[in-house]
Design a protein around this ligand. Structure first.
Ligand SMILES: *Cc1c(COP(=O)(O)O)cnc(C)c1O
Length: 819
């Protein structure tokens, strides 16, 4: 086993010194937060050497690099994960024990860097972990939001948002790099200059506002390989200091404006998941980090090379959703205006460098910026987009003479809007979906015209997750067990080895060990829930878990309506045997998403009624875990018996929560949506609980005006009863109006939407029957244990290492690096 350059004595000395120099205290006197800082700085010391060595290797070998551009990186805590990847977790734990410090308590001192909303941001974080682990040169490019995702409090059953001041105590792992600062310009006008001597036209931006983008680098530690890559997140500072000079020149106003622009731009992450809000500040954020990252990337290339035509041999840009796709036009601008290339050359480079990942087919998530806003904020970039669009439409008309319908659908600029997805597809050399089903829907439905015109661009990259965080760190008991059973720890970098566990699937002793571990993880979660929610749950009950962003398409409402139905059943048939169950929810709703917040309130109202009804003998418990985030997610996945993945088929592009549950031995209760399809393919349909409409059926209904929910309401008394309970006061202390909107959404067209547009009532009975199959399976302890174990054994495909290998082989073509 490779041993890190870890010297226990030196480490203990370092921690003691850090406490002294940082806080003028002894270890005994220091607060837990101070100890966390002292330990983190000591760990950073160890990382820095590898970080420098990695940079040196990159300088020497000059490999091709990927720039992963993303508005979000949902990293989770760094300390424990860095120790895992340095393979120093156990040694450091021991060293700290000897100093009388509990590493677990220290880890809890670290705020989650929550620079993301949910799946998309977490995917970016998993990808960085895999890229470093596999030894590829990669930069994450993003924004250093002062306030990350809000903290969620539940008050009186309602979600309340509190600011997440995650930098309050500083961030031990980051490094400010003012020497790489770049200017980013907004607004003003474009003056066209004709140079008689060279015969060239120049475009000069005037009367603009600008900010200084200052990068902070954040180490991304590879597993057991000394590679340390960089996540570069940008902060904004005013360009001119707020000085008297400007005041004297009458520029006071301008100085104030730049101060404000800088302060505002990186102030806060927008808390929208899968939803486009069209806010000007959001567009500023997008251009801000994209422009700074590209300026830095081109400058870095030019330090070593002088032929820009060969740029695509050394760099590739992956655009995580449409959020950073202004990169296409910004790279053109840099090549045209700053590097003096001609259009054809600049276009050739750009279209060999940029690649686009699509994350959703939902109309409300598509970014379409109003042209007046866009052109005012980014006048030169807008001119370039006009030219890209003009040239593209010539091509469309050539290929489809007389078919103005094609032009209408594929244009980048249309109906007063800039359609970012269209631009990304036109300019990108690769367009990928994130699960097989999703990619097929893109090709044959949403992006059909583009697929017909340029099929070679389209490809699938099914998402993945890192087993280092979601098993090694989150579930140490199961992690050790897997290593023991496989006789190797190599699964840490080759998750396909998990299939070796299959041979234990009929071994009574092994199954018992597996379920004992699950039980201990359930005890750990029960303790967390008691401490954080004040609710007592029984680890012997079935832990049925749905944790993810709150969204109508994810159908938390279906889940809670089913809980209401079970509660009715238990009350009505007290004599029937019923296996005790705990339904666990965790979900943040976007602050402005009213219906989502009503669903949170409903879950909490049902919890209040059910949890306090002594007559049901604790057969049913409902828990809403406050502030779902990466750090508590790790604990939750480890403890889950059932993984709820019940989105309306066709709506969830992939899902990655589903994979984390599977890794931790929780069978999927779900629809044939996103990556669930591939999970079932790997584990076998007999080891999952699949129900409901298929994506084809859903799409068919949608193309034919929906369905009539009254058919279900009138035909199924159990359904009618729970729907009526939304408005009869059962869960609202007699208030008939509290859940009226949810009630209406299920039965009537509302806000121009179809009645029950997510097919909740349509799928209800099938869901209830699938839940009955869950209960029956769980009663058979051996059968359940085998199912659970097989889920862990069959999860190999869903490592983000596999996903990254596919990106590297089929899109990025990076060089492998050894440090
Ligand atoms: C994995 C993860 C998600 C994504 O979950 P889905 O079920 O795929 O939507 C969201 N938030 C956190 C904290 C996660 O770890």
């Amino acid at each position: 086993m490779y041993s890190p350059r870890f010297d226990k004595r030196a480490f203990k000395h370092e921690v003691t010194e850090n406490v002294k120099t940082l806080f003028r205290k002894t270890i005994e006197e220091a607060t837990p937060q101070q100890l966390y800082q002292a330990v983190s700085y000591a760990v950073k010391e160890a990382i820095i050497d590898d970080w420098i060595a990695t940079q040196r290797t990159y300088d020497k070998e000059d490999p091709k690099m990927v720039y992963y551009m993303s508005m979000e990186f949902l990293l989770g805590r760094a300390l424990g994960n860095n120790l895992i990847n340095m393979t120093a977790y156990k040694e450091v734990k021991e060293a700290l024990d000897e100093l009388g410090i509990d590493l677990n308590l220290l880890e809890d001192q670290e705020p989650d860097p929550a620079l993301g909303n949910g799946g998309l941001g977490r995917l970016a974080a998993c990808f960085l972990d895999s890229l470093a682990t596999l030894g590829y040169a990669a930069y994450g490019c993003g924004i250093r939001y002062r306030y990350g995702m809000f903290k969620q409090k539940i008050e009186n059953g309602y979600q309340v948002e509190k600011p997440d001041n995650w930098l309050k105590n500083g961030n031990p792992f980051e490094l400010r790099r003012p020497e790489y600062a770049k200017e980013v310009r907004f607004g003003g006008n474009i003056r066209v200059e004709y140079d008689d001597k060279t015969g060239k036209t120049h475009f000069v931006q005037e009367n603009y506002e600008s900010v200084l983008a200052v990068p902070y680098d954040y180490p991304i530690v590879g597993y057991n390989n000394h590679v340390v890559n960089t996540l570069r997140i940008w902060d904004a500072e005013p360009i001119v200091d707020f000085q008297l000079e400007s005041f004297d020149r009458g520029d006071y106003h301008k100085a104030v404006e730049q101060q404000n622009l800088a302060k505002n731009i990186v102030e806060v992450l927008y808390p929208n998941d899968n939803h486009y809000a069209g806010k000007e500040l959001r567009l500023k954020q997008q251009y801000f980090f994209v422009s700074a990252s590209l300026q830095a990337a081109v400058a870095k290339y030019k330090r070593k090379h002088d032929d820009l035509m060969k740029l695509p041999e050394k760099m590739v840009i992956q655009m995580n959703d449409t959020h950073p796709t202004v990169a296409v036009a910004e790279l053109m601008r840099i090549l045209l205006d700053e590097e003096d290339l001609g259009w054809n050359e600049a276009w050739e480079i750009t279209t060999k460098v940029c690649a686009y990942t699509n994350h959703t087919i939902m109309a409300e998530a598509l970014e379409k910026w109003p042209i007046d806003l866009f052109s005012r904020l980014l006048p030169r970039v807008y001119q370039i987009i006009q030219e890209i669009d003009r040239r593209f439409l010539i091509q469309v008309r050539e290929q489809y003479p007389g078919d103005e319908n094609k032009v209408r659908k594929m244009a980048i600029l249309r109906d007063g809007q800039v359609r970012m997805a269209n631009m990304a597809i036109v300019a990108g050399f690769s367009v990928n979906g994130v699960a097989r089903l999703h990619t097929e829907i893109l090709k044959h439905q949403e992006l059909r015209d583009f697929y017909e015109m340029m099929p070679q661009k389209f490809n699938n990259k099914t998402n993945g997750i890192t087993q280092r965080r979601f098993l090694m760190h989150g579930n140490p008991l199961l992690s050790d067990w897997v290593t023991e059973k496989l006789g190797t720890k190599d699964w840490a970098t080759d998750l396909s080895l998990m299939s070796g566990l299959k041979k234990w699937a009929d071994d009574k002793e092994a199954l018992k060990e597996f379920m004992d571990i699950k039980y201990r993880n359930k005890e750990r979660l029960a303790k967390y829930i008691l401490e954080h929610n004040g609710v007592e749950v029984d680890p012997r009950s079935i832990f049925d878990v749905q944790v993810k962003r709150l969204h109508e398409y994810k159908r938390q409402l279906l889940n809670i309506l089913h809980v209401m139905y079970l509660y009715n059943q238990i009350k009505e048939h007290p004599e029937k045997s019923f296996y005790p169950r705990t339904f666990i929810f965790g979900a943040k709703a976007s602050a402005g998403y009213i219906r989502a917040k009503q669903i949170i309130k409903l879950i909490n109202s049902v919890a209040e009624v059910v949890n306090n009804d002594r007559s049901i003998n604790g057969k049913l418990k409902v828990v809403f875990i406050e502030d779902y985030k990466v750090s508590n997610a790790e604990i939750i996945f480890a403890a889950a018996d059932v993984s709820e993945q019940i989105s309306t088929a066709s709506k969830e592009a992939s899902g990655t929560g589903n994979m984390k549950f599977m890794l931790n031995g929780a069978p999927t209760l779900g629809t044939m949506d996103g990556a669930n399809v591939e999970i079932v393919e790997e584990v076998g349909i007999e080891n999952a609980f699949i129900f409901g409409l298929s994506s084809d059926e859903v799409i068919n209904f949608e193309n034919n005006g929906g369905y009539d929910p009254y058919e279900i309401y009138n035909g199924d008394p159990d359904v009618r009863r729970v729907v009526e309970q939304l408005v009869d006061g059962t869960y609202s202390h007699g208030d008939h109006e509290m859940y009226r909107d949810l009630y209406n959404s299920l039965l009537k067209p509302t806000d121009g939407n179809r009645a029950d547009m997510y097919f909740i009532l349509k799928d209800f009975r099938a869901y209830a029957q699938a839940q009955e199959r869950v209960e029956a399976a769980y009663r058979d302890r051996d059968r359940w244990a085998k199912m659970a174990l097989l889920n862990t054994a069959c999860c190999g495909k869903f490592s983000s290492d596999r996903t990254i290998r596919e990106y590297v082989d089929e899109i990025w073509h990076l060089d492998h690096i050894e440090v």
